[in-house]
Design a protein around this ligand. Structure first.
Ligand SMILES: *Cc1c(COP(=O)(O)O)cnc(C)c1O
Length: 471
């Protein structure tokens, strides 16, 4: 056990550990090389009966835990989407932990509630989202999307589903390219997967608005009740962007809730040159993006915005006596803005990051990532071993080995999967894949906070060396 008065002594050790981790992370294999069970086996079967020295715990952190970490902050991590942090967000999280507040109600920490409200306004305005929208921080985009569908469900059924259960004729629309969190949310909110209509997409993987309208009209004819459309800005597979303006018109015409999933690409709205993504979408009902992906505010921090906060609160509020407070109705009690009662103080890290970087600071890092991706594409195509499999957008590219004449699609897919395994096992860089129209694509994302050109050059070298071996 450590006494509070001895905090600093141990904090210094931990800070030195963190500084060393920041500086030497590049020497570690980016993807953990352990086998299943390797870590589990090293942890004793029972919790210690007597307390152990803190030094021993730190030593085991280094020897047992670190080898089993896939280093998401490694500048050669180009897999999935990033979940990047920054020195600022790490420091803020330490303070959040020290304060240890549970921020369910305004009263349980007024500063947490009011800072959260202001941070959402800062982001909304810096991103050009409609000024009538109000925001709340959620843990993940998945929770925000579930929250959106639950609210849409209540609005569509006059708040009767909360009381009597969900009628079986509600319908939700999205595309084949939409994130799997929509499938999950539709199941959890009781609408049911069979009532999720997947609208076909065009060449660019964007929803075909005419097909969406047709599906809604057909459902209306057969007594279904169109409830919500989920549009995507920046699909997870290829960063496809749905045409929000056209979709918003359809949603208005048929009185359907429009939820926008911009989990990753939403950050790009901080750049004026990407504002076209939300043009014509003034009427969207809800919008989510993750500061915890691309603006240096480590997981978890998902920003959820709604047009009608009343409907959101009406969906979630429950007031047992022990949660009734004097300021109810005057302030934001964020437990009514989502699923969980208990909430972390997440606004603090946003405040630290937004203030320390400034909007211009964030913009310049994002633009640098986008420019580095352009450089990557140019160099990659010049060497003629790979091709793009989707239009490169923002800071991500989807690529594969150039097909050879005598191979069919399955053989080509296997070549690319082999290449990917070969690269990831070597541990220098980390990439992931996706499949679109049966074609395997390797995704590469340049979104690490402290990414530099030399890391892009390394990725190019690794890809080309691996291609030589896997030909
Ligand atoms: C990452 C992502 C999600 C899921 O985000 P979580 O915060 O992990 O739930 C949803 N939609 C899209 C488009 C994403 O890229």
């Amino acid at each position: 056990m450590i006494l509070k008065k001895d905090y600093l002594k141990h904090a210094q050790d931990v800070s030195l550990w963190i500084q060393d981790y920041f500086e030497n992370i590049e020497k570690l294999p980016v993807k953990s090389q352990v086998k299943p069970g390797d870590i589990y086996r090293q942890i004793p079967a029972q919790a210690p009966i007597k307390g152990e020295p803190f030094d021993q715990i730190i030593a085991d952190l280094q020897s047992i835990i670190v080898p089993g970490i896939t280093h998401w902050q490694h500048p050669n991590f180009h897999a999935y989407f990033p979940a990047n942090n920054s020195v600022e967000s790490v420091l803020a999280e330490q303070i959040t932990a020290a304060i240890g507040a549970q921020c369910m109600l305004w009263e349980t920490s007024p500063a947490a509630a009011e800072l959260e409200q202001k941070m959402m306004e800062w982001l909304r305005d810096a991103m050009g989202l409609p000024t009538h929208m109000e925001g709340v921080i959620q843990d993940t985009a998945s929770s925000a999307t579930l929250t959106a569908l639950l609210t849409a469900r209540e609005v569509k059924t006059n708040f009767q589903s909360n009381l009597n259960g969900v009628p079986g004729h509600l319908r939700v629309y999205c595309s084949e390219a939409t994130h799997s969190s929509i499938d999950k949310a539709v199941a959890i909110c009781g609408i049911g997967r069979n009532n999720l209509v997947k609208i076909s997409v065009d060449q660019q993987q964007s929803i075909i608005p005419e097909a969406l309208e047709k599906a809604i009209v057909e459902d209306l004819k057969s007594d279904k009740l169109p409830c919500a459309v989920v549009a995507t800005l920046g699909s997870t597979s290829t960063l496809a962007v749905d045409a929000l303006g056209a979709i918003a018109e359809i949603c208005k015409k048929y009185d359907v809730w429009l939820h926008v999933d911009a989990a990753y690409a939403g950050s790009a709205l901080l750049l004026s040159e990407y504002r076209w993504m939300i043009e014509g979408a003034e009427s969207m009902d809800s919008f989510v993006f993750n500061p915890h992906k691309w603006i240096f505010t480590q997981f978890d921090c998902s920003a959820y915005f709604v047009k009608n906060a009343e409907a959101l609160i009406k969906t979630f509020e429950i007031s047992p006596e022990y949660l009734k407070t004097k300021h109810r109705g005057v302030v934001n009690d964020y437990r009514d803005w989502g699923i969980a009662l208990g909430r972390r103080f997440r606004a603090l890290k946003l405040w630290f990051v937004l203030r320390s970087y400034g909007i211009e600071g964030i913009q310049s890092v994002l633009r640098n990532h986008i420019a580095l991706n352009e450089y990557f594409v140019q160099e990659l195509l010049a060497r003629e071993q790979f091709e793009l499999t989707a239009p490169s957008f923002l800071n991500m590219s989807c690529i594969r080995l150039k097909p050879t004449l005598d191979h069919n699609l399955e053989q080509e897919n296997n070549r690319n999967i082999n290449l990917l395994h070969h690269i990831n096992e070597a541990g220098k860089i980390y990439l992931t894949k996706t499949k679109v129209n049966d074609k395997i694509m390797i995704r590469i994302v340049f979104g690490q906070t402290y990414l530099m050109k030399k890391h892009v050059d390394l990725a190019l070298d690794v890809l080309h060396e691996a291609a030589d071996k896997c030909m």
